[in-house]
Every structure is written in C-alpha cells, then in structure tokens.
Design a protein around this ligand. Structure first.
Ligand code: CDT
Length: 307
C-alpha cells in the first residue's frame, strides 16, 4: 500500500507592521479550511508566519522587539489555529520567533499532528545576514542580531506515517542540511522562508532569486531522495519585495506544484512517501555508495583552507 500524504503549501502574502496577530491567525485559519476542502493531511506555513519580517529593522535595545517573539506555543492568540486544525483533522507546520523563559531567541518551526499535539520543534541552524546595524543598506537583514543558531541540529521525526524533517529558509541553501536528515532516512522536509528579492551584498543575484530557490530545493530533494516543501512569505512587506514561488518538490527533483502569486495562496500535491525509496534504494543508496572516509573536511573544517 502506498503512503500518500496530501500536503498543502500555504504561502502567505505580506504581513505589515500594523497587522495584528489575530488578523494573521485568521488568515492561517482560512488557508487551513481551504486545505481541508482539498483533503489535505498537512499544511505548511512560512518562516516567521505570525509577524512581519522584523529583522529588516535594527534597534539598539533588542527588548523593544520582544513583542514579535512568542513566549509560549500555543498561546492565547494562536490557540484558535490549533483548535481548528484539530477540529478539521489537519496537521500543520508553523514558523515563528521564539523567546525562551531563560532569554534565548530562536527562529523556530513546529510540527503539529492532526490531533493538535506538537510533535516536533526545530530551531534554525544557519542564521544569515549580519549582527550589527548597517545604516547604508536600504533595509537590514539582522537575523544574526535577533536569533542565535540552534545547537540541536537537524532532527527527523516519525509523523504522518512518514519520516519528517524541518529546515528554515537559509538552511535550504546548504547541502549539509539535507544530507544530515538524509542520513536519518528523511522522506519529507518542510521549509518555510522569507527571501528578499534584493540581495544587498551582491545585487547581480537579484534576478536569480527564483532560480536559486528552485535550484537548491530541487537538488536537495533529488540527492537525498526526499520530498521537499518550500513555503514563502512573499510580496511587498513594508517596502521590501520578497520571493513567492512556494513549491512542492518530489524525490525525483521535479516540481509538482508551484505558487503563481506572491499572496496568500494554497498549492496542493499528493505526495507518496514510498516514492523516496526509488532514489534512496538505487542511485542514492548511501550505505552502498557513500565514501565518508574521504569526507572528513565536511565536519572538521568550517571555512576554506587553501594549501
Ligand atoms: N530568512 C532567510 O534566511 N533569508 C535569507 C535571505 C538571504 S541572506 C540575507 C535566504 O537565504 O533566503
């Protein structure tokens, strides 16, 4: 019997500064209901799906941004999303900024089962951008100021009758993210993102944002024989244009569904987890073909060493 999960990638359009959490949760619930009508088992929302992408602003006192972080999940304001998911029998994956009780700040994503229970939490490993204010930029990307990198790494959890892993935005550009999960037998990787079109350090990359987005997720899926679901918060948010192009990628590397807009939009695909084995059992049979004895530099070294 095949293991098909009907997955909805619930892309969001922009969330402006003055949009309330209640309004945003209302949009998430609308998408969840649309997904239920399409018989989805699982709905994937973007990175930082409850607020605007606040790392585009720098403040000297980080606590001025505390209102963008969640101190509990579910909270009073997000509980209706959990309740509706349970009522509909649809699981979901949600990205948000997390502030722990002992003061740590993470860029976090959770996986919630169809009964509304949180089955997994992932905290972003690769934190892009910069630590300090760079006033000459048109906008900041100060994720390295607002979030610390996770030391927990990439886990794989048994959920939805599959082996599920998570990554967040910039993680998708690093082959190591996929491979660490591949080595745990991942079958489904869920990834929310916020990707500004304008890349300030090298604007020649601006027109390539869509190409690079597809390139990394398609190759990550294929090289690890896994489904990859990439979900954007797109559109013009507080004057900054962000990429849409949410997509569902098969273990073959083929895109099986892709968003057409940069707004709230649900795309759906029936994803057969047994399809992974066609790749992990043949060309990418890791046990048979990998050569870890010559890959030592991957974990022993961070930057380039030119002898
Ligand atoms: N959110 C996030 O990780 N965005 C980055 C932007 C490029 S680095 C400034 C990304 O990799 O898409």
């Amino acid at each position: 019997m095949s293991r098909v999960i009907t997955i909805g990638a619930a892309q969001l359009g922009p969330i402006q500064k003055d949009h309330t959490r209640e309004e945003v949760v209302g949009r998430l619930i609308d998408l969840l209901r649309t997904a239920a009508k399409s018989s989805c088992d699982l709905v994937v929302f973007p990175e930082l799906a409850l607020t605007t992408f606040f790392p585009r602003w720098f403040v000297d006192d980080i606590t001025e941004m505390d209102h963008y972080y969640e101190t509990e999940m579910p909270s009073a304001v997000t509980q209706p999303l959990f309740d509706e998911a349970k009522r509909l029998g649809v699981g979901f994956c949600l990205g948000y900024a997390e502030l722990t009780s002992d003061g740590h700040r993470f860029n976090t994503q959770i996986l919630v089962e169809k009964d509304g229970s949180v089955v997994a939490k992932y905290r972003k490993v690769h934190i892009p951008g910069h630590e300090h204010n760079e006033p000459n930029r048109p906008f900041q990307h100060a994720e390295r100021y607002y979030f610390e990198p996770s030391m927990e790494g990439f886990g794989v959890w048994k959920a939805f009758d599959a082996r599920v892993g998570m990554m967040i935005c910039n993680d998708r550009r690093w082959p190591e993210s996929y491979r660490v999960m591949g080595l745990q037998g991942v079958e489904l990787i869920l990834c929310g993102y916020n990707t500004p079109i304008h890349y300030v350090p090298d604007p020649s990359q601006d027109i390539l944002q869509g190409f690079h987005n597809a390139l990394v997720m398609q190759s990550g899926a294929y090289q690890n024989g896994s489904w990859v679901v990439g979900v954007a918060k797109g559109g013009n948010e507080e004057g900054v244009d962000s990429l849409g192009q949410s997509m569902i990628v098969a273990p073959s590397g083929q895109i099986v569904a892709q968003a057409l807009t940069t707004d709230d939009e649900l795309i759906v695909a029936r994803c057969d987890m047994d399809w992974c084995e066609r790749y992990t059992g043949t060309l990418f049979d890791f046990e048979k073909y990998r050569r870890p004895e010559v890959y030592g530099r991957i974990t022993s070294q961070r930057g380039v060493i030119k002898d």
